[in-house]
Design a protein around this ligand. Structure first.
Ligand code: ADP
Ligand code: ADP
Length: 232
């Protein structure tokens, strides 16, 4: 599903070249739920952004669902992000001036669907994340956990084969965090969506089948839970 091969990401800083990722190689199989852990600044978000086609590696190749990201032009890369990947962020990234329904519809409308079709898909997505009846609410009127569920509904709009989640529970309390993890787990197990989740929360990482630990831009542990996982 995901093949990251010998990928480096270099940022040119005044102090010289900075390697956010150094010769990273990772394989993720279809249907896997992988957690990426590691200290702040170790390159976790950078890795997720590269897998999601938000940015390109300085060297190395990334393949997602048979698509070589390096070979796409800007337009193709945008289409890839829109159709293949559902992004979920720590701060939800909903548009505050739009209702819940409009936030989700926005992910669909560029698809030239009819208004009634969009409406019924929005209703279905809201019920999938257990937020029936909230389509007219504004994000600010919802709890953090509810906002994250809207973000997940939006991410599901284009039926992605991959969900990339960057600290999805980072702003949530225990209970709401657990609900979001449960939802991601259901999407993974029942809808067979591959999930890659960055988290610094050990408890959150337990929902994953596999934990990858990154430190200073290098993968230091990659294994099943209960394996040789004594990093961080
Ligand atoms: P993590 O997600 O593990 O906290 P990041 O991937 O966000 O780490 O960042 C890794 C390192 O790369 C950090 O030191 C960060 O400051 C640096 N970095 C990330 N993005 C940029 C950028 N656009 N320009 C310069 N440095 C960056
Ligand atoms: P995280 O909380 O996941 O570590 P950050 O808040 O560090 O993420 O970074 C958020 C965004 O800012 C990312 O897209 C990252 O690429 C960018 N970024 C991080 N560090 C830098 C930096 N030193 N210079 C420019 N952009 C950066």
């Amino acid at each position: 599903m995901i093949s990251v091969s010998d990928v480096s990401k270099v940022y040119a800083l005044e102090s010289g070249d900075f390697f956010a990722l150094k010769n990273t190689t990772i394989q993720v199989g279809k249907g896997e739920f992988v957690a990426i852990m590691g200290p702040s600044g170790s390159g976790k978000s950078t890795l997720l952004q590269l897998i999601g086609g938000l940015d390109l590696p300085t060297s190395g190749t990334i393949e997602v669902d048979g698509i070589e990201l390096n070979k796409l032009n800007e337009k193709q890369r945008t289409l890839f992000r829109r159709t293949k990947v559902g992004f979920i962020f720590q701060n939800y990234q909903l548009l505050p001036m739009m209702t819940v329904g409009e936030n989700i519809a926005l992910a669909l409308s560029a698809n030239h669907a009819k208004k009634e079709e969009i409406n019924s898909v929005v209703q279905k997505l809201l019920s999938d994340v257990n937020l029936q009846g909230k389509e007219s609410a504004f994000p600010s009127q919802l709890s953090g956990g509810q906002q994250q569920r809207v973000a997940i509904a939006r991410a599901l709009a284009m039926k992605p084969s991959l969900i990339l989640a960057d600290e999805p529970t980072g702003n949530l309390d225990q209970k709401n965090g657990e609900d979001i993890l449960k939802l991601l787990s259901v999407l993974n197990k029942e809808e067979k969506i591959t999930v890659v989740m960055v988290t610094h929360d050990h408890q959150a990482a337990q929902v994953a089948d596999r934990i990858i630990v990154v430190r200073d831009g290098v993968v230091v542990t990659d294994g099943n839970k209960g394996g040789n996982r004594h990093e961080t």
